[in-house]
Design a protein around this ligand. Structure first.
Ligand code: SF4
Length: 360
């Protein structure tokens, strides 16, 4: 796997020069334009990632104004269920479940219907809006599609949950079958830019992933697609990915921060600072103003004590564990949300009507 173990991180002197060259009020003006229905350019998105540490609060404030317009002070929780673990024939270098990973993780085939129902019960109990059924696979077998299509109506009959299916590459027929069964959205991450994709995976292409998203869109499914920061990509790669997600009109964007798990090809390569993560979330919000943006895997590791600040740009996060790694306790998430004055929402309603006069 030809992965470059470096993160494109500008030096502090580079950032200081960028800050000195920037007119006062730049970030507020950017938010004004986005709130007025405009778009930010790739160069402006790059400037967000390139902003100096001293500008972090101004950058977050710009992202917050946009987030508040669309989501008020609400936070949506998602619950992940690893329904088939560690059996993937693909070689994604960041993934503990790939064929090239020696990570010590559970390996099992598709869980039984009672176990999936138990996962849904837990998702509802944990105040999740969405239950994510995830399998490790290049794509689902017919048997797996049938099993998911059988269980989804049962889950929806028992619990007030949206269903997101993450089953790998999908054909148009498979996407239509999932939509007919009541699946609300499909997750299929772009993960990174088209240019960098061959550096992290050689068994399928970026174009394969885009084709799956197109099949899901044609089937009437909502799209959940995001990426991973910290794999050795450049900041321009992150911008390209954000712009591509915008052009695909993706409704839900999880932004992961690489958890470089021992035994994976990327083991030991992630060198993100908490401020890098905040800049990434803010950039994603400003490029994709109305998308649900989720602080995803790696938030505890990379954001550390700055986790709450991430919610000024993102409006969503996972509650509980990730696919093969532990998350922080749900009680810690609930407390963080409450202490920020935010509220968990399970539907489209906002607890506090978004107000355009919020300071920014
Ligand atoms: S296709 Fe999915 S499960 Fe398989 S190795 Fe890649 S990321 Fe992991």
């Amino acid at each position: 796997m030809p992965v470059t173990p470096s993160v494109d991180s500008p030096s502090s002197s580079h950032r200081a020069a960028a800050e000195a060259a920037r007119p006062a009020g730049t970030w507020g003006a950017l938010a004004d334009r986005v709130l007025a229905g405009g778009e930010i350019s790739p160069a402006e998105a790059l400037a967000v990632l390139d902003s100096a540490d001293i500008e972090i609060l101004d950058v977050l404030s710009a992202a917050w104004r946009v987030r508040y317009r669309h989501f008020g002070n609400t936070v949506q929780l998602f619950f992940l269920m690893n329904a088939k673990s560690g059996l993937c024939p693909e070689d994604c270098g960041y993934c503990s479940q790939s064929k090239v990973s020696d990570a010590e993780i559970p390996r099992y085939n598709l869980l039984s219907a009672p176990k999936l129902l138990e996962g849904a019960r837990l998702a509802a109990e944990r105040q999740s809006k969405t239950f994510c059924i995830v399998i490790s696979a290049r794509g689902p077998t017919q048997g797996e599609i049938d099993a998911v299509c059988r269980i989804v109506p049962e889950i929806k009959a028992r619990y007030d949950l949206n269903i997101c299916a993450c089953l790998g590459l999908l054909t148009p027929d498979q996407a239509r079958a999932l939509a007919a069964a009541g699946v609300d959205k499909v997750n299929h991450n772009l993960n990174t830019s088209e240019r960098f994709y061959p550096e992290v995976c050689t068994t399928h292409t970026h174009a394969d992933r885009v084709a799956t998203l197109a099949a899901c869109r044609s089937a009437g499914l909502q799209l959940c697609s995001g990426g991973i920061m910290g794999m050795g990509e450049t900041r321009a790669d992150l911008v390209d990915m954000a712009m591509e997600l915008r052009s695909l009109r993706v409704e839900s964007i999880p932004l992961n921060f690489l958890n470089a798990i021992d035994g994976t090809p990327l083991e030991g390569t992630a060198r993100l600072t908490p401020r890098d993560c905040l800049r990434g979330l803010a950039m994603m919000r400003l490029v994709n103003p109305s998308a649900e943006i989720r602080i995803a895997g790696g938030r505890e590791i990379h954001l550390g004590s700055l986790q709450p600040l991430g919610l000024y740009a993102a409006n969503s996060m996972f509650v509980g564990d990730y696919l093969t790694t532990k998350g922080q306790l749900p009680e810690s998430d609930y407390r963080m949300i409450e202490e920020m004055g935010f509220v968990i929402t399970r539907g489209a309603e906002a607890a506090e009507p978004p107000c355009e006069t919020v300071a920014g």
